[in-house]
Design a protein around this ligand. Structure first.
Ligand SMILES: [Zn+2]
Length: 276
């Protein structure tokens, strides 16, 4: 229980940091680097420590800046809570208890740190892609590079070749789609992302994640179309249009996270591959 609370609070703090990273990855943002003091983007009021407590500050201030009453985006508490929950899931998936946590081997700490870093980069990519319709290179290369490095280190001496090829295999169709459509259907960022997904999950789980993300994306697309029809029926909001360009990275990442934690055999081929 104490461990759960500790990990969740750690996730909230990291999530709060990720919000800052998302903000300052944007080249147009006035403050460079991630070390400068946080401030209200409207009235430039510098934030005190009690205005920087994840989730709680937002709730206490009822989502408004204390200086100018400007509304603070729901993005902040949502990202913080999501990071907390994903960190908790990570710890549960590795079946940690307080006892095992305190008696860890160095490798297990590194494994945990690795997963926390991976999920942090994925959270940043998701939000950044939704906001700016582009995947930041620094984040996607960190994700792909770290996944490859971790695979090489943990499988050293016993390297499975199709796991190493999983990244390029998954990324190739996306790169081809990007090339054929000249970037109209998907961005090249999606290809770089699937490269990382292949290395992070391996071939079978990686394929499952990509297919699952297409399913989720389709359901979401159908939902949007129905919604737009409902909207056009009402006379209130005649100008409602769907943006045709829906970022795909959030679906890929949602698929990746679900497959990582639940290992669904979307393709029904796991037994087949294991028997090879
Ligand atoms: Zn303000």
């Amino acid at each position: 229980m104490y461990l759960s609370i500790f990990i969740f609070l750690l996730g909230l703090v990291v999530g709060s940091f990720l919000n800052v990273v998302i903000l300052r990855l944007d080249e147009n943002y006035p403050i460079k680097g991630i070390m400068g003091r946080s401030h209200c983007p409207n009235c430039k009021k510098k934030l005190n420590w009690y205005e920087l407590i994840p989730v709680f500050s937002f709730l206490i201030q009822r989502g408004k800046c204390r200086g100018c009453d400007t509304k603070i985006s729901w993005q902040y508490p949502i990202i913080e809570t999501a990071t907390g929950l994903i960190f908790l899931l990570t710890v549960y998936s590795l079946q940690f208890t307080v006892y095992s946590f305190l008696n860890f081997e160095t490798f297990e700490y590194l494994n945990l740190l690795y997963l926390f870093t991976i999920f942090s980069t994925l959270i940043v990519i998701t939000v950044y892609d939704i906001k700016h319709k582009i995947i930041p290179d620094s984040m996607v290369f960190l994700f792909a590079g770290l996944s490859l490095l971790f695979m090489l280190v943990t499988q050293w001496g016993n390297l499975i070749w199709f796991e190493v090829l999983a990244g390029p295999i998954l990324a190739t169709p996306f790169a081809v789609l990007w090339l054929v459509s000249q970037g109209r259907w998907i961005g090249f960022g999606d290809a770089k992302l699937t490269l990382g997904i292949g290395w992070f999950l391996g071939l079978v789980d990686g394929l499952s994640a990509v297919i699952l993300s297409f399913w989720i994306g389709s359901v979401f697309g159908i939902f949007l179309i129905i919604l737009s029809h409902l909207q056009s029926l009402s006379f209130i909001n005649k100008n409602f249009t769907i943006k045709s360009e829906i970022p795909f990275a959030p679906f890929l990442i949602l698929g990746t996270i679900l497959i990582f934690f639940f290992h669904w055999d979307v393709l029904g081929i796991k037994l087949l591959v294991l028997n090879l």
